[in-house]
Design a binder for this molecule. Structure first.
Ligand code: PSV
Ligand code: MN
Length: 388
């Protein structure tokens, strides 16, 4: 697609999900720097996320992380979200912060610990029933640090057994989306280290199990768009956790470290119309804003995804196909680079004007006075942070 009106209409329909934890304080294992006005509970996190939606209109859902976002009444939280103009999205499970999980969760050698982890995952599906969420995101910190520490194959059997129990509990419109990560916190083996392992488990489970690609979860130099193309081809791409990395799982703003990579990924996506909400591929941010302000950090990230998508949509696919068919290596590369090198900011400003928005969401947020208001209001209480 390369006509401007068509591209603009696709961009208006784009949907990007925000993570509740992006609005809380975060840091590294060395220091968490507290910021003023940071939410103190899930209700305030949702209010902040709603600001991102207010100024971009493409971020209408907020993902929760359980137990960080545990509340007494999830229907009430969903009602609060609706009042703020957003909805609750993916439920992210957490089987990595309880002392019992030192040697793993669903792959743990002890059946009692495995049962505890599965019970948590089933509880997450209860929450999905209350919030109306479609996806349960599974990321397991399971693995080993030393050769011989546990049985590599046995742990895969335990993983398969746990996944099957969770899968059996899914409602007809619910899915599990399984995320992989090549290392950390384990350093010798990781039980779901790569797309292949996640894919094999999802294939064995069935239609309602899909793979999540967290862009920060690969070794340097890995060709992520190749993985994306393959998963899309197999109908097994559940969605993305977007962020960027320089070294490991840095969780920096998507499109900040390598906007060209994001463009290449989005090109594989738009080629098969998987950016459209009806494709059921989710586009989530999984980021932490350690040193930058959080709401503008999320707005900038949403804008970065929009820019990469716009460029991907602008690729002249007829010209690309023609050049590829005759083996014109430089010509086909030039078609792709032409789109990448286009300044899409004016086009996105038009999209926003058509949606009744300020063409510059960063400036509009800064002018809104929201930051000043939350700094004034949110005194006392305990600020939410990574792990709360
Ligand atoms: C793990 O590194 C991960 O990417 C998973 O998605 C977790 O749920 C998330 O980070 C927590 O920030
Ligand atoms: Mn992630």
């Amino acid at each position: 697609m390369s006509d401007q009106a068509g591209v603009e209409s696709e961009l208006k329909g784009q949907r990007i999900e925000l993570p509740s934890w992006a609005f809380g304080n975060s840091g590294t294992r060395f220091k968490v720097f507290a910021q003023q006005g940071v939410p103190r509970d899930p209700y305030e996190k949702i209010a902040d996320a709603a600001q991102v939606q207010r100024f971009t209109r493409v971020a209408p859902t907020v993902a929760l992380h359980i137990p960080w976002d545990k509340v007494d009444d999830y229907r009430d939280l969903a009602r609060h979200a609706a009042e703020q103009g957003v909805a609750l999205g993916t439920i992210n499970s957490n089987t990595f912060q309880d002392d019992d999980y030192m040697l793993g969760s669903v792959c743990h050698p002890d059946a009692g610990i495995r049962a505890k982890a599965v019970a948590h995952l089933l509880e997450c599906i209860d929450i999905m029933d209350a919030t109306g969420s479609r996806d349960l995101k599974l990321w397991f910190a399971d693995g080993t640090n030393y050769p011989g520490q546990d049985d590599i194959r046995g742990r895969q059997d335990r993983l398969a057994e746990a996944l099957a129990k969770v899968y059996a509990r899914l409602g007809p419109n619910q899915r599990i989306v399984l995320e992989y990560k090549f290392f950390e916190p384990s350093f010798y083996t990781t039980d779901v280290p790569d797309w292949g392992t996640a894919f094999a488990h999802c294939l064995a489970l069935g239609e309602k199990a899909k793979v999540v690609v967290d862009t920060g979860h690969h070794a340097p130099g890995v060709n992520i768009e190749f993985i994306v193309a393959g998963l899309l081809r197999a109908g097994k791409l559940g969605g993305f956790d977007f962020n960027s990395r320089f070294y490991a799982d840095d969780d920096l703003m998507v499109g900040a470290a390598d906007p060209f990579q994001l463009f290449r990924i989005m090109f594989e996506v738009v080629k098969v119309d998987a950016h459209r909400p009806e494709s059921n591929v989710s586009f989530m941010l999984d980021q932490c804003h350690n040193i930058e302000p959080k709401i503008p950090g999320q707005i900038r990230s949403v804008m970065n995804v929009q820019e990469a998508t716009a460029k991907a949509l602008l690729v002249d696919r007829d010209a690309l196909g023609a050049a590829q068919r005759v083996g014109d290596v430089l010509g086909s590369n030039a078609v792709l680079m032409d789109a990448y090198n286009t300044d899409v900011r004016p086009l996105l400003a038009d999209v926003r004007r058509d949606l009744g928005l300020d063409p510059d969401p960063m400036a509009a947020y800064a002018r809104s006075g929201y930051r000043e208001a939350i700094v004034k209001e949110r005194v006392g209480g305990r600020q939410a942070g990574w792990g709360a």
